[in-house]
Design a protein around this ligand. Sequence first.
Ligand code: F6P
Length: 549
Amino acid sequence: MNADGRTRLNQSPEWTALAKHREELAGTHLRDLFAAEPERGAGYTLRVGDLSIDYSKHLVTGETLRLLRELAAARDVFGLRDAMFRGEKINVTEDRAVLHTALRAPRDAVIEVDGENVVPKVHAVLDKMAGFAERVRSGAWTGHTGKRIRNVVNIGIGGSDLGPAMAYEVLRGYTDRELTVRFVSNVDGADLHEATRDLDPAETLFIVASKTFTTIETITNATSARAWLLAALGDEAAVARHFVALSTNAAKVAEFGIDPDNMFEFWDWVGGRYSYDSAIGLSLMIAIGPDRFREMLDGFRLMDEHFRTAPAEANAPLLLGLLGIWYGNFHDAQSHAVLPYSHYLSKFTAYLQQLDMESNGKYVARDGRQVDWQTGPVVWGTPGTNGQHAYYQLIHQGTKLIPADFIGFAEPVAELSAELKAQHDLLMANFFAQTQALAFGKSAEEVRAEGVPEELVPHKTFPGNRPTTTILARELTPSVLGQLIALYEHKVFVQGAVWDIDSFDQWGVELGKVLAKRVEPALTEGAEVPGLDASTKALVARYRELRGR
Ligand code: F6P
């Protein structure tokens, strides 16, 4: 029993039924499932917006999916979903609403937090962002010396960096190529150095992105950026033309010296990792323009509506969330690979790592008791063809089960030359070949039939039976990006709801932050830090020795 009186997840009859079903399916190969259901390819595909989501190459039958949906129903996933969309405070440990969906709600929607409709505030900020973005793009917003802004540098970390940095890469084909847009996150001074070394301060706008405006990495980098600017322009007044802030914390923004008029607001009901469609997306909006940004929001909204209204059998985030639970909890899979076949999605998996692992990397259930079931997986991956020549060996023939999402597009990006567009079929041939090889493998008989010497047969045999989801769209547009991100946001939500954890806090990152603050004086001044363990003490001593201190 949970402290709240509910049956604990792994003692529920739905869980037990799935465990039994898993035993019954042991030894069934994807080859058998496809032989039994010849129409499986088309039958196990969902169409949502611009996305086709093929889940036929999963180790599931209709019965598996039914049992998984029963688990979701028993855990009241849709009840919690509705509470989220209504603005209830489902982030229990921080007593906050979870309303990233309000960031893309239409102007006439009504979503209340503590009795206040938040939708007008959302649109007021979007309009203010659009006005500012247009002024920068048109050259109407100039720097302190009157020069046009040609460089935009976003300074932020975690959710205040990964989203806009990822989306900027994804939508490069839609960006104003006259603008240089860079992202600085690491407190390693090399990051800011490399981002600014070839820029003219008089043409550079810094966007300081921080929900709390207290994050040490961001404030340190922003302080150094201000010093870099002032060293060149020599006038404090320059800050007002070269610094804007994206934050929930107006007081801290003012304390830093940024004019509150140059602050773009968001709210505590937007989690950092769910924030890039809020004011945090300003750098992206400047790069792609407000219209494209709104198209992206439309894509998010399309997926929100799908998640909110589609029945369980046809609900894509529910399905993907449950498939992850099937592997993580019933097949002992420890990780999940996301493998995009698009160069533009090079930062997509890094973005999903925060979304998924910061949300569901929890060992304590919502009632405060430790879970005794697995929660969030390790999420990893890089663009597909590069991965094929690196780590795919382990996915094909290793001893670990690694479910994977393959994401690809029918059309190359419009901007490519005809010659480069012609490479697209080769890219996509790899995309389709890999999921086929992973699912069906190559049997020893097939290997022998090729005349392979007997001693090499086991080495050249592929067991197959490695599950994948294939997500295919016509083109990587702003709307498709929004659809994809919302799909993963809601997938993560589904899993957190089933696992009975709070997907919206992140207490686990706090301890390291506190300790870093405590250790710093030991490095700089050799201060005696109480409570430093013997290993760290010796390492700090060696560090100081190496630095000649
Ligand atoms: O350290 C984790 C974290 O709190 C993330 O959740 C967040 O996205 C990131 O730090 C940055 O926080 P902020 O936007 O407040 O600077």
